[in-house]
Design a binder for this molecule. Structure first.
Ligand SMILES: [Ca+2]
Length: 193
């Protein structure tokens, strides 16, 4: 009986210890204007972003992370480093019947830090590590480079249902020169095609 109980504990403890897959984002092309917009999950449906800061503040909607502009940047709430902030990527409450469960999401691109100028990019912290969740289920722990170019992460296909969401939780940062909190210029979800 004792042996059985121990093996059961081991069986349940192991997956928890293993945690989500650890992956490194691939550094891609420079974030020049021609690379903004184009095909992405947005071809399937529009999605919005709500940010929950680390200090328990009220969640805030931001358009700066998915507006296809490298000049607009989300920055961590005043007095916070950005570590622990959760960026919730919210899908439509109601998808069309033919879209329900049929639109795949398989990747995410970001422009790290405040891209708008070299000086501002250095002044603000950048995201070093983030945990991605689909409907609160951990998908992957992603390490990003300290780089102004596009960075890409691929993950197993997820099929969107009405009211689904993904979360990008900031776990670690590259500190900024002036100690300012983290910044993130753009997130593009890849999918639909
Ligand atoms: Ca932007």
């Amino acid at each position: 009986m004792k042996i059985l109980r121990l093996s059961l504990i081991a069986a349940f403890a192991l997956p928890a210890l293993a945690g989500p897959a650890a992956i490194k984002a691939r550094v891609e092309e420079p974030a020049v204007p021609e690379t903004m917009g184009g095909c992405s999950l947005k071809c399937g449906f529009a999605w919005s972003v709500e940010v929950q800061a680390d200090g328990g503040q009220k969640a805030e909607v931001t358009k700066k992370l998915n507006d296809e502009k490298a000049e607009t940047t989300w920055v961590a709430a005043d007095g916070t480093s950005g570590v622990g902030a959760r960026l919730k990527l919210l899908f439509p409450k109601k998808l069309h019947a033919e879209a329900e469960g049929n639109i795949p999401i398989y990747g995410l691109d970001i422009i790290n830090g405040d891209w708008s100028s070299e000086e501002r990019w250095k002044a603000r912290a950048r995201v070093k590590k983030a945990r991605l969740y689909y409907r609160d289920k951990p998908l992957a722990d992603v390490t990003f480079s300290d780089n102004r170019r596009w960075q890409r992460v691929m993950f197993p296909d997820q099929f969107a249902r009405s009211g689904d969401w993904m979360t990008f939780e900031i776990l670690e940062i590259y500190p900024g020169e002036k100690g300012a909190g983290a910044a993130l210029t753009e997130i593009v979800l890849q999918g639909a095609h």
